[in-house]
Design a protein around this ligand. Structure first.
Ligand code: PFF
Length: 409
């Protein structure tokens, strides 16, 4: 067991930004938009909102409560409040962290590549062919390795010097860029067709089982729930936080960015007439945004170069702060459970995850399968398991959640 005193976030703002950093990521800016396009527009987004409010916020509170109360990483925290019989649920969390970060790093690698292309000379007009070249194979793997190295570097720095500091710089940057692009997109001719598609609810799709599961999975994924990421961050909190407030704040910010992202993506795509590449497509949807948006930026000339760079930088920033939290789950488990030092845990386990990402870098359909499995099975199962734990096993969960209210700094 680790004997050093547990590190804590320095401030409430630092914690909240780190947790929002975990929640806001590729899920908000890439996954929600492509799922919305694939699964029938606003009806999907609405269902996702319902899951976020009705299931996401309570499960987030459960994670915050167990993590802060136990001051331990997931496996040890469940054993602390329950019994050793709950350890497998914690192990499932760690496994989910492994699988999700492995393919998440590959998508983040694509964004690095696109950001580089946007800066260097604009994005290619034939973005479909470009995506085909960069999304699979050694190229994809190389950029994934670079992204993972940055993630490992931050996590090795620890809670205060690594995670908290990174979030304090990166999250405000991301907010500014997303708002800026949404405002810019509103000035484009044809933007209104994008809004109409995005905001027009067609309830015919909402009762489809596949759509419902996808919306639930998206709510968990986007809020970073169901695999102990928020739990782990909360284990670095003191008792001067009112947890229900924090849950609302984090979920609100996450939904806000996801909603705003639609205001950047859909006007851009519709203004340039590229909706055919994204909407209602059953195949290759994972990559659709990586094809339609770069084509849009390429057609926009100089403005496109500028906006495209900003867009991909925002994606990278969001991806990095989320990847940090994914790796932290695995690292914290090794520190608490095996007594490993942080840098060793970050390098060894981060290295293994990078290697596993090779599978996703090899073929996009493997990546797609990992994404579906992780979200629709691991996260939903993990989140509901934790809800049962909090409701039936942990004593006085509500007392713990409210401990510290009024002493918010
Ligand atoms: N919430 C992140 C996103 O929306 O991109 C992804 C994520 C991070 C999922 C951490 C799960 C997690 F534990």
């Amino acid at each position: 067991m680790a004997t050093a005193p547990r590190e804590h976030f320095t401030s409430r703002t630092g914690f909240v930004l780190a947790a929002i950093g975990s929640a806001v990521g590729l899920g908000n800016m890439w996954r929600l938009s492509y799922l919305t396009a694939e699964k029938g527009g606003a009806a999907f987004a609405l269902l996702y909102l319902v899951f976020t409010a009705a299931v996401g916020v309570p499960v987030m509170l459960a994670e915050l409560t167990v993590g802060r109360g136990a001051q331990r990483s997931p496996i040890a925290a469940l054993a602390h409040f329950g019994s050793a019989a709950w350890k497998p649920l914690g192990a499932l969390f760690v496994l989910a962290g492994f699988v999700i970060l492995a393919y998440y790093g590959v998508i983040a690698g694509w964004t690095l590549r696109y950001a580089g292309a946007a800066v260097a000379g604009g994005l290619p007009e034939d973005a479909g062919a470009y995506f085909g070249e960069v999304s699979e194979g050694w190229d994809a793997f190389a950029f994934h390795v670079v992204f993972m190295a940055a993630t490992i570097f931050v996590v090795s720095g620890g809670v205060r010097r690594g995670i908290e500091r990174a979030a304090e710089v990166m999250m405000p940057t991301l907010f500014v860029i997303v708002i800026g692009i949404a405002v810019y997109a509103s000035t484009l001719d044809g933007a209104s067709a994008g809004y109409r598609y995005y905001l027009n609810v067609d309830f015919a799709n909402v009762l489809d089982w596949d759509v419902i599961v996808a919306a639930a999975g998206q709510a968990f994924f986007s809020l970073s729930l169901g695999m102990g990421a928020i739990l782990t961050f909360a284990s670095y909190l003191g008792r001067d936080h009112d947890l229900p407030n924090e849950a609302l704040l984090i979920a609100g910010a996450d939904f806000g960015v996801a909603f705003l992202a639609g205001f950047m993506v859909f006007p851009l795509i519709f203004a340039l007439g590229l909706q055919g590449a994204v909407i209602g497509q059953d195949t290759g949807t994972v990559g659709a945004l990586f094809i339609a948006l770069p084509s849009a930026f390429a057609e926009m000339g100089t403005a496109g170069r500028f906006v495209g760079t900003a867009f991909f930088v925002a994606l990278i920033v969001g991806a990095l702060t989320s990847a940090i939290s994914l790796l932290e789950v695995v690292v914290a488990a090794a520190m608490d459970g095996l007594g490993w030092e942080r840098p060793r845990a970050a390098v060894v386990l981060g290295g293994l995850i990078t290697a596993l990402g090779g599978l996703a870098a090899w073929r996009v359909d493997v990546l797609d399968a990992m994404d579906t499995l992780a979200n629709n099975v691991f996260l939903i199962g993990g989140g509901l398991g934790l809800a049962v734990f909090c409701g039936w096993v942990m004593r006085d969960a509500s007392g713990e959640a409210h401990a510290g209210s009024g002493a918010v700094r």
